[in-house]
Write a protein that binds this ligand. Structure first.
Ligand code: ADP
Length: 300
């Protein structure tokens, strides 16, 4: 399903088609060096997953963090990159404190969450939790490029990127920088209000040539803790129906689960601290689907 981007001619990975060997016409020395650094890093990463959503609040960052943790627990080498520049939640969700960034020469070391997972976020660079980032598009693009080029990710099986909601500067930049080598996971809640924004997200992916790994329906039903009955708080099945309508894979449903909120707030991995919870089981299923590369049909 995802492309392994190791090309067969690269200065860095001994392959034959990597574009970083030659300077392009009109490209400055500095731009060439930047592109080489980007290529060098990206060719060491087998799969890039961009986690997108049409709307805020649908659980995109929660999904990105838990997918990254679940992949790392499945033995994969994982990087988690937070480019939600105006609302970075990955440091909190992964329990990693700010101020831990280390530099090696001009490059940044990502922060380790466990043996297989390291993260990088703009949140690590803010002076405090209340500091807003007031940047326009070109500055954001520059930072995203640095996160991809100047962070020592090393060889990875997966780079999971948490992008801000919508189809603005940051998703545009990341799509441009990692391009068609990346696959998008689009997170939605089931109700129509969220679904209509997902249509835009799907069209965005098509326009910027991002392949769609699948739509993931989050907050899909709640199990009553007293009687066990399923309550469809935000309806159910909207993401699945949309995947069918738009002809893209459906990755599964994550139920509403108080454990998700508790572990997210505490910065403790759901799959470690609540592995028996309904949401943890659902995340594990989604990760199995992603690893196996099986497409899940949009059929209910
Ligand atoms: P987004 O990145 O889309 O803005 P977040 O990941 O920040 O959304 O999630 C918003 C809130 O919803 C958080 O408090 C999170 O804990 C909660 N949440 C996300 N997914 C679930 C779920 N499946 N069950 C319960 N709460 C959830």
């Amino acid at each position: 399903m995802l492309k392994n981007n190791k090309s067969s001619d690269c200065n860095h990975c001994e392959s034959t088609t990597c574009s970083s060997k030659e300077r392009r016409p009109n490209e400055s020395e500095e731009q060439f060096a930047q592109r080489q650094a980007l290529d060098r890093n990206m060719c060491q990463i087998d799969n890039k997953l961009l986690v997108l959503s049409g709307k805020g609040g649908v659980g995109k960052s929660t999904v990105a963090a838990n997918l990254a943790i679940a992949l790392s627990q499945a033995g994969k080498r994982v990087g988690l990159l937070d480019i939600d520049i105006h609302g970075p939640s990955i440091p909190r969700l992964t329990g990693v404190k700010t101020g831990q960034i280390q530099m090696v020469g001009e490059e940044l070391l990502p922060v380790k969450v466990n043996d297989n997972l390291s993260v990088m976020s703009i949140g690590f660079m803010l002076p405090n939790d209340n500091a807003p980032v007031i940047w326009r598009g070109p500055r954001k693009h520059g930072v995203i490029q640095q996160f991809l080029s100047n962070v020592i990710w090393g060889p990875l099986d997966y780079l999971v990127v948490d992008a801000p909601p919508g189809t603005g500067d940051e998703p545009m930049s990341i799509a441009q920088l990692v391009g068609s080598e990346a696959g998008a996971i689009i997170v939605t809640t089931p109700q129509e209000l969220a679904i209509s924004d997902v249509r835009r997200c799907v069209t965005f992916c098509e326009q910027v040539s991002l392949s769609i790994v699948g739509i993931l329906e989050n907050m899909s039903g709640l199990l009553c803790p007293k009687c066990g009955e399923k309550i469809d708080l935000f309806k159910r099945g909207g993401g699945m129906a949309l995947a069918l309508e738009m002809g893209v894979p459906f990755l599964g449903q994550i139920p509403i689960d108080p454990e998700v909120v508790m572990t997210g707030d505490a910065g403790t991995p759901l799959l470690r601290d609540g592995p028996q919870s309904a949401a943890a089981k659902a995340f594990t299923k989604v990760v199995d689907t992603i690893i196996s590369g099986n497409k899940v049909s949009g059929k209910p």
